[in-house]
Design a protein around this ligand. Structure first.
Ligand code: AP5
Length: 219
């Protein structure tokens, strides 16, 4: 089993690379952001609670997101998981370690995607996604081949996120630096941390992540 965390600030490219790893390595992507947006769109009680928190750019409580991950790990059978946007706090990191140990599994690599703040603003402000299949696009760096139509599934349901605006992004970055960036030291100490240059183009970043995974396997 291969279990990987993609760690990085909003817009670092975690979702983009997670989708490639699903395709290329047959792993299952567990994105807490996607799970929370699904709950919000389907109007569940939990979805209503998290909607405002997410729109502001704050973190949802540890209890909610750990519960979501716990349920997925119990229900989904896979040869490995890509944790995308989870863990985001030290409490979440401890909980994930315990959940994996309980099922006799472990982490293979934590991949820190390094991108500077100016690039993040540029990436977030140009992002749109397919509401049907989840493919991630960008106005400049990854436009659709035909305007308004998803390259992957042909859907015309292309969306921009409610939290992809300047004010929420500022708050998301603050939350990242305050609560999530300490995980870099945490996973350095456990010996699981690998860093890649997330400023390179999408194929080059994918190549670097592939190299990390091959290296991690040999450990
Ligand atoms: P979440 O959905 O996880 O958002 P995020 O962490 O802010 O990350 P993003 O999805 O914005 O960015 P990404 O790194 O996936 O980048 P992407 O590949 O799309 O979380 C949203 C909210 O949910 C949080 O604010 C919080 O409220 C809540 N939440 C979620 N998880 C939680 C948790 N564990 N605990 C508490 N609360 C939680 O790429 C961005 C753009 O750049 C795209 O347009 C893409 O095409 C482009 N791009 C990607 N890579 C490159 C490249 N190499 N070069 C050029 N362009 C690129």
């Amino acid at each position: 089993m291969t279990n990987i965390i993609l760690l990085g600030p909003p817009g670092a490219g975690k979702g983009t690379q997670a989708r490639r790893l699903v395709e290329e390595r047959g792993l299952v992507q567990l994105s807490t952001g996607d799970m929370l947006r699904e709950a919000k769109d389907s109007g569940t009680e939990m979805g209503k609670v998290v909607a405002d928190v997410m729109a502001r750019g704050d973190l949802v409580t540890d209890e909610i997101v750990i519960g979501l991950i716990e349920e997925k790990l119990r229900m989904v059978k896979a040869k490995g998981f890509i944790f995308d946007g989870f863990p985001r706090t030290l409490a979440q990191a401890d909980a994930l370690g315990a959940l994996l140990r309980r099922s006799g599994n472990q982490l293979d690599a934590v991949i820190e995607m390094q991108v500077d703040d100016n690039a993040l603003v540029e990436r977030i402000s140009g992002r749109f996604t397919c509401g049907n299949c989840g493919e991630v696009y960008h106005d400049k760096t990854k436009p659709t081949a035909r305007a308004g139509v998803c390259d992957v599934c042909g859907s015309g349901d292309l969306r921009r996120r409610a939290d992809d605006n300047a004010e929420s992004l500022k708050q998301r970055l603050m939350e990242y630096y305050k609560k999530t960036s300490p995980l870099i030291g945490y996973y350095y100490a456990t010996g699981d941390l690998f860093s890649v240059d997330g400023l390179r183009d999408i194929d080059e970043v994918a190549q670097s992540i592939g190299n990390v995974l091959d290296q991690a396997k040999r450990h």
